[in-house]
Design a protein around this ligand. Structure first.
Ligand SMILES: [Zn+2]
Length: 212
């Protein structure tokens, strides 16, 4: 088996949960966007069918469409939940918003471990490097796998678009700097897996993104 990436657009906002697996079948989930058992069952079926061994859940940022499934995840797995410490101020707000999705507001959305920019998360034989990319929300990270030439971009960069900056801690200038400094420094052939919508590449966004 080769490295594999599966995407699961979930919840009313169609936020992507990604499953990233190394060639041995060791895998991580990126974001917990699934908000009911029906959405989760697609992911669990794929895990079982491919005999994948789930290692952890990594959160790109603490907007509720990306973390709404944390409690469901916690109820099924005793596995690490990783997020950047810059998102700490959002955790209680997520709980307050959860009711909109029919999720109990007393749910615990805290991670089990805090990340910092530059951290390396090993996934079997593969590695994901944490890129700190604030501007859409404090604590926003991207996850870069150099060996495979892929980056998971959360809501920082989309195909020919960028993350919104009108929510708390959002700031256009900061976001543009994050993209220039961290994402546009990657090789142009790098495939971008955004938090919403289709994939793109760093080269395509350098040429065609109208916001940058
Ligand atoms: Zn967001």
């Amino acid at each position: 088996m080769l490295m594999a990436i599966f995407s699961f657009p979930c919840n009313p906002y169609q936020a992507n949960t990604y499953l990233f697996s190394d060639p041995s079948g060791c895998c991580v989930l990126i974001d917990a966007t699934f908000h009911n058992m029906k959405e989760w069952s697609e992911i669990s079926t794929l895990l079982e069918k491919n005999n994948l061994r789930l290692k952890s859940l990594i959160i790109t940022h603490y907007h509720f469409d990306h973390v709404i499934g944390i409690n469901l995840f916690r109820s099924m797995f005793d596995l690490p939940i990783l997020a950047h410490r810059g998102g700490v101020g959002f955790i209680n707000q997520v709980a307050a918003q959860a009711g909109i999705f029919g999720v109990k507001i007393e749910s615990d959305f805290s991670p089990t471990e805090w990340l910092s920019g530059g951290d390396i998360i090993s996934v079997g034989q593969s590695e994901l490097k944490v890129l700190y990319t604030p501007g859409h929300a404090d604590g926003s990270i991207c996850l870069y796998c150099e060996k495979e030439g892929v980056v998971f971009a959360g809501d920082v960069l989309f195909r020919e678009s960028i993350g919104r900056t009108d929510l708390p801690t959002g700031d256009f200038q900061t976001l543009a700097e994050s993209i220039q400094k961290e994402l546009f420094a990657l090789p142009e052939h790098t495939t971008v897996f955004p938090g919403h919508g289709p994939t793109t590449s760093i080269g395509h966004e350098k040429r065609f993104n109208p916001f940058l």
